[in-house]
Write a protein that binds this ligand. Sequence first.
Ligand code: ZN
Length: 313
Amino acid sequence: MDSYIRSLHHVTATVAGAQDDLDFYVGLLGQRLVKKTVNFDNPGVYHFYYGDEQGTPGTIMTTFPYAGMGIRDGIRGAGQVTVTSFSAPVGAMAYWRRRFTDFAVPYVDDATPFGEDAISFADPSGLLLRLIGSEGDARAPWTGAGVPEEKAIRGIHGVSLLVREPVTTVALVTELLDGTVIGEAAGTTRVGISGSAPGQLLDIVQAADAPHGVNGVGTVHHVAFAAADSAQQLAVQAELRWRGVHVTDVLDRNYFESIYFREPNGVLFEVATMPPGFAVDESVAQLGRALKLPDWAEPNRAEIESRLPSVTY
Ligand code: ZN
């Protein structure tokens, strides 16, 4: 099969307060807010996209801050992305331990099964995150949020999927999403998507008896994979349909186009196109400054803005 998928595209989580979210991802982790928009399926809620300067696929973390909207807390469990990991230079880990201490954010040392230095922590909504010390992550980091270049987060490292039967998930990602098994340790299978660099990694963690996860505040909603273009996305969609997997039609997300499906253990997957990207409706220099709405929501801008909490960053 040709190579359809290049890397992870983004990870999307259901979180609590909008201001707390910005303070954490921009103020502490040093990410760039590359887009301030609304949840296209629920325009009363923000959709924040964080990443590198341009929001390159594989660096993007996105959140729906649902505080005050009556959304219950999620339950971590099988059939979910349970940990989202970021990548920083291995020599920067001491800096990050100090920084977490300075910000009074608790963390625990948590080396990965593959011997990487890492710390685990939670965002303000309880979402489980990890920072992994990486050798040779060549991606240029965003430095506009005050973290020095040599210390700054390079992007997403990978995600950990908790599943009951890894074999079916491994089969799907290797057969359809250009994955290759690159490591096995301590009940965890590491799959690289079109490579083995940070931004391309899935850790598939076996938990045969884990209760199923429930989406809600403090959990990941889905993980997206990057297709180079629409043709490659449609090829994945066709292959899924041929296999009898329910997959959505192509949905226009303004900054990419998306299809969604559940992998065999229930984790919600998305395949998103790399184009057009976040500079489609504002300049790279201005990314994230103004509230951007899709054309269909513009007529309701005043009402939408009146319902969203005001935030500073
Ligand atoms: Zn998505």
